[in-house]
Design a protein around this ligand. Structure first.
Ligand code: AP5
Length: 212
């Protein structure tokens, strides 16, 4: 199954994708995570996108589309995938349709206060990338990942000034994709406000996977 997870920053797309990828036996492809890995490795891509990402703006379409096209050409993505954070503009959606049409777009519906609460409490493991939360899913020891022992940090784009910018960018450039995919009959909505176990149940119902 070829899926897009669409929704505002901090809606819980990455958290649900980690739970769902094993059920579907499909790779979880997050453009944000690919960019963060490039930044950590100080590649030319990383150096190019660091300031853009830290400020909460979008990386240009040309760079992002080329990156996703290359990733989706890999063997593990031929039968299905979960695309998390792509597309984020109409131009990206139109490009994706030419090289890998998707089956379903899952729209994570959550109001701004929920997003702000999730982003401001998020803590990320530098080693395994797991997303912890100071209130909803705290580590046992502060700054240390329970899973791998890695250092847990605050993403630069989770600082208050960048959160505001990301929400603005989402409303202007990404939210129009809801109508775009609804008109194509590909969109399903899920309420992303409850805890993740409940969202998982809604997700399975929405995409017809109740048996899993
Ligand atoms: P990206 O990494 O994709 O950021 P995002 O879309 O803003 O999404 P997040 O990772 O912030 O949130 P999420 O919905 O995955 O939430 P999470 O599960 O972590 O992109 C970063 C940047 O890269 C962009 O700003 C842009 O610059 C660039 N970029 C990426 N893709 C691009 C593209 N296509 N085009 C151009 N530029 C692009 O959850 C958040 C927190 O809440 C966590 O702490 C988690 O533990 C907690 N939580 C999650 N679910 C629940 C729940 N149900 N209940 C309670 N707590 C929960």
């Amino acid at each position: 199954m070829k899926l897009i997870f669409l929704g505002p920053p901090g809606a819980g797309k990455g958290t649900l994708a980690v739970r769902v990828k094993e059920l579907l036996n499909a790779p979880h492809i997050s453009t944000g995570a690919i960019f963060r890995e490039a930044i950590a490795a100080k590649t030319s891509l990383g150096l190019k996108v660091k300031a853009i990402i830290d400020s909460g703006k979008l990386v240009d379409d040309e760079t992002t589309i080329a990156l996703v096209k290359e990733r989706l050409a890999q063997a593990d993505a031929q039968k299905g995938y979960i695309l998390d954070g792509f597309p984020r503009t109409i131009a990206q959606a139109e490009a994706l349709a030419t090289f890998s049409p998707v089956d379903t777009v899952v729209n994570f519906d959550i109001p701004d206060p929920g997003v702000i609460e999730r982003l401001s409490g998020r803590r990320v493991c530098r080693k395994c990338g797991f997303n912890w939360h100071t209130v909803f899913n705290p580590t046992k020891q502060e700054h240390v990942c329970d899973t791998c022992g890695g250092e847990v940090y605050i993403r630069d784009d989770d600082k208050p000034e960048a959160i505001g910018k990301r929400l603005e960018v989402y409303r202007e450039q990404t939210a129009p994709l809801i109508a775009f995919y609804r008109a194509k009959g590909l969109l399903v909505d899920i309420d992303a406000s409850p805890l993740v176990d409940e969202i998982l149940i809604s997700f399975k119902k929405a995409v017809g996977l109740q048996g899993l």
